[in-house]
Design a protein. Structure first.
Length: 359
């Protein structure tokens, strides 16, 4: 699901200045998501829980983070990017080219960032995806940390845009307003917090962050925050509420010979979580589906297990058969897990196959 959301958001805002830095976040999550198609070979102890970022607004129910410094320098993920870019001629061919392209277009060098935290309202993102062109900006924000200078970053962005940024004051915080994107009703705002962090996002999300910092509004709590905390301190992690408008796209049943197979249990998926970490030469990824009840989780797990086993014998595509054979499924109470372990060559091979099939 997150692959669809990120790709659709990219297609809706392609072509103007400030969006490209945010799109790289989507690209990185895309690679983490691709890993879910492989199989588990060895158990990796989960990292200990971490505190939820204290500046994320309560309205957010999609929350993800990327350790930019670690991901940019990771040779396995670099190999995955090269494989993916090789099948997409419109994408920069290397990591450095991608980063240089973003800096050239926006004035922002992501190599100056150490980490990025992304948050959003999942329903507004889904509505944006469903509505197509000329839609309102979804509720989202990106909190970035790193070697940042407000004056240098603002001057660089203004130089690339060829104009000064319009600023507004919000309770003593200077909010910089970037020009609207071509197909969006709304613009990107930017604010620097007192602790050196910078926030990009739609205007409502940015002012909400300021209100959280001021103590006027509470920070994120509840299921999304709890799941995010449990993922631990890993290079890439993502938690999102799955809106009903998304699960409603799953058909209630599918024909199976003379009868039909009910898929209603999948309508009870409430959250999706993804974590990616590296253990020596192995990239370990876990994707979990969080259901509203254990019965639906059990039924869905059983159907996925049967589909996986049967699919290996039904399909005549060796690539699909290979992907299916690598999937490891497990369940605990109301959670269903897809677990992955892959080395660099395996990851590149998987990305090559997926890129070829998407052409």
């Amino acid at each position: 699901m997150q692959i669809v959301i990120m790709e659709d958001m990219e297609s809706q805002v392609e072509g103007r200045h400030s969006h490209k830095a945010i799109l790289l976040v989507g690209i990185m999550f895309l690679f983490g998501s691709l890993l879910m198609f492989a199989g588990c070979k060895a158990a990796v102890n989960p990292p200990p829980p971490v505190a939820v970022p204290d500046v994320i607004p309560q309205k957010a129910d999609l929350l993800g983070s990327i350790n930019i410094a670690e991901v940019i320098d990771d040779d396995i993920l670099t190999a995955a990017y090269l494989a993916w870019a090789g099948g997409n001629s419109d994408k920069p061919p290397t990591w450095d080219d991608a980063l240089d392209s973003i800096e050239s277009d926006t004035g922002v060098d992501l190599r100056d960032f150490s980490s990025i935290i992304m948050f959003a309202d999942a329903q507004s993102v889904a509505s944006c995806r469903e509505s197509g062109e000329n839609v309102s900006m979804p509720y989202f924000g990106v909190v970035a940390e790193g070697n940042l200078s407000e004056s240098v970053l603002v001057d660089s962005i203004e130089s690339k845009l060829g104009q000064e940024l319009i600023t507004t004051d919000y309770h003593g915080y200077a909010i910089y307003n970037l020009p609207p994107l071509d197909a969006q009703d709304g613009s990107i705002s930017m604010v620097f917090l007192a602790d050196g962090r910078v926030v990009f996002g739609d205007s409502v999300a940015v002012t909400d962050v300021i209100d959280v910092v001021r103590g006027v509004h509470p920070s994120i709590s509840g299921t999304a925050g709890d799941l995010y905390s449990k993922l631990g301190d890993v290079p890439i992690r993502l938690v999102t509420h799955v809106p009903g408008s998304v699960t409603d796209e799953i058909p209630p049943e599918i024909p199976l010979g003379p009868t039909s197979l009910s898929l209603l249990s999948f309508h009870d998926i409430e959250y999706l979580a993804l974590s990616l970490m590296r253990k020596q030469d192995v990239v370990h990824t876990v994707v979990s589906l969080e259901f509203s009840n254990s019965d639906s989780a059990k039924t869905s797990y059983q159907m996925m297990w049967v589909a996986q086993k049967a699919g290996k014998y039904i399909t005549d595509d060796p690539d699909v058969e290979g992907l299916l054979s690598r999937v490891h499924l497990s369940r605990s109470e109301s959670s269903v897990f897809l677990t992955v372990d892959m080395i660099a060559s395996e990851l590149s091979e998987i990305v090559d196959v997926l890129s070829a099939k998407s052409q």
